[in-house]
Design a protein around this ligand. Structure first.
Ligand code: C2E
Ligand code: CA
Ligand code: CA
Length: 648
C-alpha cells in the first residue's frame, strides 16, 4: 500500500516537474525579448495554474510597459523631428553654416551650408581644423584661435569671433563664428559646435550705395600687393562733390534711389573686372591693372562722360561735379596698403583744391604740400589754444567823399616763432579741416568791438560797417545765422552794420541751398557781398540770381588796366553790368592812382586797396590810417586843374 502510494507520489512529482518545465520553456521566449504570448498549463494543480496566471499578469504588465515606452519614444521622435526641422528652418533663414569640432580627433564636421557659403565642394563635410584655419585671413587667424582655445579652457562663456575667410573664388568673405563646448561630467571638453554666419553684406558692403566698402578695398589691395610677380596698377579715387544737391527738397528715399541708380550706371562704365568701391564722403575707389596715364585717362573718360550728364530726380535735373586722384603703383617700388591708400588720398585732396573736374596723379611734391598742410593745421590748433587769432582791418573807402564805408576784417595768426602769419598759409587748411569756424568766432570777438570803439568812431564816424569773409562750410552750416545773431547781440551791434563776403565757389557747391541761406541772412538785416568776382571762372549767371547787395570785383580784373586796353574793356563791361543790375560795387586791389581815376570816371565809388591802406592790426588803425581826401571826378578835375589824379 505504502509502495503504491509512493508510486502515485512519484508520478505526481514527475507531472509537476514536466508542467513546471513546460511553463519554463514557454517563458524562454521572453529571454529573446518577445513578450507576446500567454503561459498556459494543462495541470489541474492549483499552484501551477497560479504560477501560469501570475506569469501572464507579469507578461501583460511588461507588454503594457513596452507599449507605453514605444508610445513615448514615438512621441519623442516626433518632437525631435519637429525641433530638427525648426532648427534647420532657423539655420536656413539665418543662412548660417553649422560646424562641429571633435576635440580628440581634431576633425571638423561641417554642414552643407557652411561649405556652400564659401562656394566649396561639400564632400561629406569633413575637414581638419587646420584646413579651416588656413582659409582665414592672416591678420585674423590668431584671434580666431585665441577665441576657440579660450573657450575650450573655460575662460569664456562662448566663442564669438568675426573674421575674413577666403572663398572658393579666392575672394574674401566676412563671417561671424559662434560656438559652445560640450563637456563631460569631469568638465572635460568633448566637442565644440556652433554656427558660421556670413556677415559680408553688413561688414563689406556700403549700405547707402550697396557697393563694396572700404574694408573690402583693403582686402583687394592686400591681395593685389601679395601677387607675385607684382603688376603695374593704379588706385583711383573718384569723388562726387555735391551729392547733397540730390537730396535737396526731395524725399530721402527718392534721392537714395537716384544715387543708387547713378552708382549702378557708374559701375557699368567700368570694365567688368574693375570693382567700384564706395568710400565715405561720396568717394569711390577702383583698381586698374595699369599705371600708364593715357590708359587710365581712357578708362576714366566714360565715367566722367556719364557725370557730364545731369541726374534726373523727381522730374528735375541735378548736375553733379567730381574730382579724381590717382596713385599709380610701380612694381619695382612696391608700397604698403596704407601708403598706397594715402597716396591716392593725397592726390584726391589735391584734385579737390584744383577745382571741379580735376584729375590729379600722386607725385613726390604732394608730400611737400602735405607737410605744409600739416604745419598749417598745427599753426591753427596752436592759435586756437593760445588765442593767437589777430584781426587786421582794411578800409573800403568811398573815393568820392573820402569816407570809410566799411572795414574788411582779415584774419592773421600769431605764432611765437613765426610772428604774424598771413591767411595764404592757413585759410585753406582751416576751411578744409572745419577749424575755420572757431577761428572766425575769435576774429569776430576782436572785430565787433571796433564798431563801438570811441577812438575809432571819432576818427571814422559811427556808420561804417564791418565786412567778414565766410568759407563754404560756414555758409552751409545751418546754425550760421543763429551764431551771427548771438554774437552781434552779445556785442550790442545791429545786424545792419555787418556784411558777409562769400565767394562764388562756396555758392556753386549747392546754389539752391546757398541762396536760401543767403535770403535768410539778408532777411535778418545782414548784407551780402559776392567776393572775388572776376577771379577764376566767374559766371555772369550768378550775378542775376544770387541774393546779394554788393559785388566785390577781384584784383585780378583790375591789375594792369592802365596799360592793357583789352582788360580795361572787360573791367568796364563788368562794372557797367553790375551797375545795371543795381548792385553796390567795391573794386578790390586798387594800388595805383591812375586805376582809381579810371574807376572814378566809370562811376565806381567804393575802393579797397593798398592805395588807401594795407590791412592794419586793429590796435594800429587809428594811429596809422586817416580817411583820405575825396577823389575829384576826372572830367571836372581835368577841366579845372588839368590833373587826373585824386588828392589823397
Ligand atoms: P580777400 O577776401 O579777397 O581779401 C583781400 C585780400 O587782398 C587781402 O589779403 C588783402 O590784404 C589783399 N589786398 C587788399 N588790397 C590789395 C592790393 O591793393 N594789392 C594786393 N596785392 N593785395 C591787396 P589777405 O589779408 O592776405 O587775405 C587773403 C584771403 O584770405 C582773403 O582774400 C580771404 O579770402 C581770406 N581770408 C582772410 N581773412 C579771412 C577770414 O576771416 N575768413 C575767411 N574764410 N577767409 C579769410
Ligand atoms: Ca574778402
Ligand atoms: Ca576779395
Amino acid at each position: 500500500m505504502r509502495e503504491a502510494s509512493s508510486t502515485v507520489t512519484d508520478d505526481r512529482e514527475r507531472r509537476l516537474i514536466a508542467q513546471v518545465d513546460s511553463i519554463s520553456n514557454q517563458l524562454c521566449q521572453a529571454v529573446d525579448g518577445g513578450f507576446e504570448f500567454h503561459v498556459h498549463t494543462d495541470s489541474d494543480e492549483i499552484a501551477l495554474q497560479k504560477l501560469a496566471q501570475l506569469n501572464n499578469f507579469v507578461l501583460d504588465s511588461v507588454r503594457r510597459t513596452i507599449r507605453d515606452l514605444q508610445a513615448s519614444r514615438d512621441e519623442l521622435e516626433i518632437r525631435v523631428d519637429e525641433r530638427t526641422q525648426r532648427l534647420n528652418l532657423v539655420l536656413t533663414a539665418t543662412n548660417d553654416g553649422v560646424w562641429e569640432w571633435d576635440i580628440d580627433s581634431g576633425n571638423i564636421t561641417l554642414s552643407q551650408r557652411w561649405s556652400s557659403m564659401l562656394g566649396l565642394p561639400h564632400e561629406g563635410g569633413q575637414r581638419g581644423l587646420d584646413d579651416w584655419l588656413s582659409r582665414i585671413h592672416d591678420d585674423d587667424r590668431a584671434e580666431v584661435q585665441r577665441s576657440l582655445y579660450q573657450h575650450l579652457d573655460g575662460l569664456t562663456s562662448a566663442v564669438n569671433v568675426e573674421y575674413r575667410i577666403r572663398d572658393a573664388r579666392d575672394a574674401w568673405r566676412m563671417v561671424l563664428c559662434r560656438g559652445l563646448c560640450q563637456r563631460n561630467g569631469d568638465g572635460v571638453a568633448i566637442r565644440m559646435a556652433g554656427t558660421q554666419t556670413d556677415t559680408t553684406e553688413q561688414r563689406l558692403v556700403d549700405p547707402l550705395t550697396r557697393l563694396p566698402n572700404g574694408a573690402y578695398l583693403d582686402l583687394l589691395l592686400q591681395g593685389r600687393l601679395a601677387r607675385i610677380p607684382l603688376a603695374a596698377m593704379a588706385l583711383v579715387k573718384f569723388q562726387l562733390l555735391n551729392v547733397a544737391s540730390l537730396f535737396d527738397g526731395v524725399a530721402v528715399d527718392i534721392a537714395v534711389a537716384a544715387l543708387r541708380g547713378l552708382v549702378q550706371r557708374m559701375r557699368r562704365q567700368l570694365p567688368p573686372r574693375v570693382a567700384l568701391i564706395a568710400l565715405p564722403e561720396h568717394t569711390f575707389a577702383m583698381i586698374f591693372e595699369t599705371d600708364a596715364a593715357d590708359r587710365l585717362n581712357d578708362a576714366l573718360e566714360p565715367l566722367e562722360a556719364l557725370l557730364a550728364q545731369p541726374v534726373e530726380i523727381d522730374g528735375q535735373q541735378v548736375w553733379l561735379s567730381h574730382v579724381s586722384g590717382i596713385a599709380a603703383l610701380n612694381p619695382a617700388e612696391p608700397v604698403s596698403v596704407d601708403e598706397w591708400r594715402h597716396q591716392s588720398r593725397l592726390a584726391l585732396a589735391n584734385a579737390r583744391l584744383s577745382g571741379v573736374g580735376s584729375r590729379r596723379y600722386y607725385s613726390e611734391p604732394l608730400r611737400h604740400w602735405e607737410r605744409q598742410t600739416s604745419h598749417a593745421e598745427q599753426l591753427i590748433r596752436g592759435a586756437l589754444a593760445t588765442r593767437g587769432v589777430r584781426c587786421f582791418v582794411q578800409p573800403i573807402v568811398d573815393a568820392t567823399t573820402g569816407e570809410v564805408r566799411c572795414f574788411e576784417a582779415l584774419m592773421r595768426l600769431h605764432e611765437p616763432n613765426e610772428g604774424i602769419v598771413a591767411p595764404v598759409s592757413f585759410i585753406e587748411v582751416a576751411e578744409r579741416s572745419g577749424l575755420i569756424a572757431p577761428l572766425w568766432e575769435m576774429l569776430m570777438e576782436q572785430a565787433l568791438p571796433m564798431l563801438k570803439d570811441g577812438a575809432v568812431c571819432e576818427r571814422f564816424g559811427d556808420s561804417f560797417s564791418l565786412s567778414v569773409n565766410l568759407s563754404t562750410r560756414q555758409l552751409m552750416d545751418p546754425h550760421l545765422l543763429d551764431t551771427m545773431i548771438a554774437i552781434l547781440s552779445r556785442h550790442g551791434v545791429s545786424p545792419r552794420r555787418l556784411q558777409i563776403e562769400v565767394t562764388e565757389t562756396s555758392v556753386l557747391s549747392d546754389p539752391a541751398r546757398a541762396f536760401r541761406i543767403l535770403d535768410r541772412i539778408r532777411g535778418a538785416g545782414i548784407s551780402v557781398a559776392l567776393d572775388d568776382f572776376g577771379s577764376g571762372y566767374s559766371s555772369l549767371a550768378q550775378l542775376t540770381s544770387m541774393p546779394m547787395d554788393t559785388v566785390k570785383i577781384d584784383r585780378e580784373l583790375v591789375m594792369n588796366v592802365t596799360t592793357l586796353p583789352r582788360k580795361r574793356h572787360v573791367l568796364s563791361a563788368v562794372i557797367a553790368l553790375c551797375q545795371r543790375l543795381d548792385y553796390r560795387i567795391v573794386v578790390e586791389g586798387v594800388e595805383e592812382r591812375e586805376t582809381l581815376n579810371i574807376l572814378c570816371d566809370w562811376g565806381v565809388t567804393d575802393i579797397q586797396g593798398y592805395l588807401y591802406s594795407r590791412p592794419l592790426p586793429l590796435d594800429r588803425l587809428v594811429a596809422d590810417f586817416s580817411p583820405p581826401r575825396p577823389c575829384r571826378v576826372r572830367g571836372a578835375g581835368r577841366a579845372a586843374s588839368g590833373s587826373s589824379l585824386p588828392a589823397a
